[in-house]
Design a protein around this ligand. Structure first.
Ligand SMILES: [Zn+2]
Length: 128
């Protein structure tokens, strides 16, 4: 689960909250009862812990034509399709010359989500 950052419009308090993609945004400042604003982009969301590293930004990731280091994936739907780790998978993006089927390993975050959570994750990423 990612960490979200909020800032209070009234007292300026900053807080980090560990929340699921599907949870509603917080609206009330725990310090003063004022209204919270969710911070988006580079500072608004970060993945912490084993397997994650600091990335520049997820803003606009949904309209990038190619994903992953070798551009082998062409959409977020393909990125979160568990079938892509099978050796029988046919990547829609870049393939080595003469090769049409291969596993696209790595960056397995999201591959084990159920359909509802995957849909929520995609909707979240499209909001950035
Ligand atoms: Zn406040």
């Amino acid at each position: 689960m990612p960490t979200y950052e909020y800032r209070c419009r009234d007292c300026g308090e900053d807080l980090e909250v560990y929340q699921s993609f599907t949870e509603d945004a917080l609206t009330v400042c725990p310090k003063c009862g004022g209204s919270l604003r969710k911070l988006f982009g580079n500072v608004g969301i970060s993945f912490k812990g084993t397997g994650f590293y600091k990335i520049p930004s997820l803003r606009g990731v949904w309209y990038r034509p190619r994903l992953l280091h070798d551009a082998s994936v062409t959409s977020l739907e393909e990125m979160f399709d568990p079938a892509r780790t099978s050796p029988e998978y046919e990547p829609k993006g870049w393939n080595p010359p003469g090769m049409t089927k291969r596993a696209v390993p790595g960056h397995t975050f999201g591959l084990s989500l159920n359909a509802e959570d995957r849909k929520a994750l995609l909707a979240f990423l499209r909001s950035l």
